[in-house]
Design a protein around this ligand. Sequence first.
Ligand code: PEP
Ligand code: MG
Length: 689
Amino acid sequence: MEEVRSLKVTNELGMHARAAGKIVELANRHGTTLFLKKDGREIDGSSILSILSLACPKGAEIEARAVGKGAKKFMDELEKLFKDKFGEMATGQHGPRRRLLKGFSVSPGIVIGKAHHLAQSKAQVFHRRLLDEEEVESEINRFKRAVEMAKEQIRKFKSAIPEPVEGYAFVLDTHSMILNDSMLFDSTMQMIRKEKINAGWALEKSVRNIHQLFREVEDDYIGKRMDDVDSVSERVLQNLEGVEPDSLADLNEEVIVVAHTLSPCDVAEINVDYVHGILTDVGGRTSHMAIMSEALEIPVIVGLERASDVILEGDILIVDGNTGEVIVNPDPDTILSFGEEIKRYANYKSAIDRVRHLPAETLDGHKITIKANIEFIAEAKAALESGAEGIGLYRTEYLYLIRNDFPDEQSLFEDYSQIAKMVAPHPITIRTLDIASDNMISDKEATKEDNPALGLRSIRFCLKERKVFKTQLRAILRASIYGNFKLMFPMISGLEQFLEAKRILRSVMRSLDREGIEYHKEMPVGILIEIPSAVSIADILAKHADFFSIGTNDLIQYALAIDRDNEHVASLYEPFHPAVLKMVHQVIESGKKEGIDVSLCGELAGDPLAILILISLGLEEFSMNIGSIPLIKKMIRMLPLRKVRQGFKDILELPTSKKVEDFVLKKANELLPDIFEEDVFRYRTPGTA
Ligand code: PEP
Ligand code: MG
């Protein structure tokens, strides 16, 4: 059955994105195949982009052709939609609410689609209610039941977790652990009992107390773990109220999900066929939700602050997960230009994906080694899939931060042996504990410091808390037989400190020998060079270390006296500062002289401009965030190394960061025009230079 009609666009704004969205939605609802024709050109009426490409202003005449069983009925409704001006009111009254929102991109990619709100119980406000004496026990039981239900729900999510995020099942275990945690569970029960208040109010109060406690923790990573506490308590609150939260598993159309926040359980339910993007008001780059959704390869922007208020159900959105921008109800021209951008990005992605498993070998045959920085065991798989030739930095803090006591040797051993097996035969550089003493939740008051970045942290903490240090070293040594470990001590500022750390390592080795426990006796032991004093004496340290890895994140912070997490001085954090480049160079030269390996594992390694400088300075091994690996590999494979070194030979003479950046940008355009003309910076990982 076919039905053809002439339709006139009568609304003020013409056939804009929202109108086009309504046409597509109507055709989908009727199961009708629709074609729209204007000026002799016929397009597919099921594509918003194609409809917009007709560029129909007010007054335009088009021919609509519907094919399918209910074509006539569909056409009647379509005609009505045109006559009703697509629901648009007179000028000034409505007009598409066009706006631009800016957040933090945590997973790249660009999509255009329709907004769908994930209804959450966040709007729910619990009022304080005083209980009668006889109500107290039943309220406690009600709370316990809500907690049990939450545990059961989490168990279910875990058993149905999709394959790409399987490795993150441990996040859900963490949620179960939080439910059992006395700071949440016992304190809520105590409050119900002592203050005789309702469970919802008591739980919210406990969460507020934990927030208060965490607020004093300066570490961004721990701060973000509050997301986990929030999402767990939210689930319990929902159970207390008998609220059935919206589930992403129920979706049956393609959408961009908009929510105040998403929990890892929500992500565990995502069907990637329907969820094409995620936007949240809150959340940071290191939230579990963010890390998991990156594994699903869905563009995600967090920290949009008011997205869930500003965006309405059904709004058309452009989500640019490369820049962190969201355009709400864009005009047709913007949609068309993003259509082009989507194609460009897809080309870029397929070009870099093709090389990700090829060696990072320069045009003139020099082999460069590219490894990944990871924080969780689950990231190891993603790292190898992105083409990493090993793990150049395994930050081992996670197991310490999710609990309020120190992990025992066995749980550390299990984690380390598992990752060793996963990554073997590739190497893993395992870094010993790098936290500040006030990160440990217990006994916070006793350890509070005015200036934690310069305080008792990292190796200094380990050398003081010998038992904690030895437990970790034992676990690492025991796991070393399952893979290819290198051991790295962070924040070494002087020789004596490094020798002391090695003495402790040897004493742990001796005790394992006595117990007849096997370990890799020749495991290389190196230094994370990230303090200027270590740079100055790199020639001395090199005589005692098996390798150096340069940690530019902290090295820049300490060299320029710029707090790396302080947004007020963020513009002064200059990775291309001549002092930084000279320091990197000095470390490379000192390492070379003693014949030890020197690599670099700061975020700088994943920056396409920085990598040119670093290679020119003589580095041949890098460890970087997983997302940067394919692009950096592609660049390296196109680089004539000799020409780079020749062209950059005077880089250390340049007097300012700006001059360095201008110089590199110019050279980059000459050396790799295909890559840099494509404006790859739009795609580079946030947080780098
Ligand atoms: C560094 O400081 O450069 C580094 C690699 O370690 P982190 O970012 O964990 O401090
Ligand atoms: Mg560091």
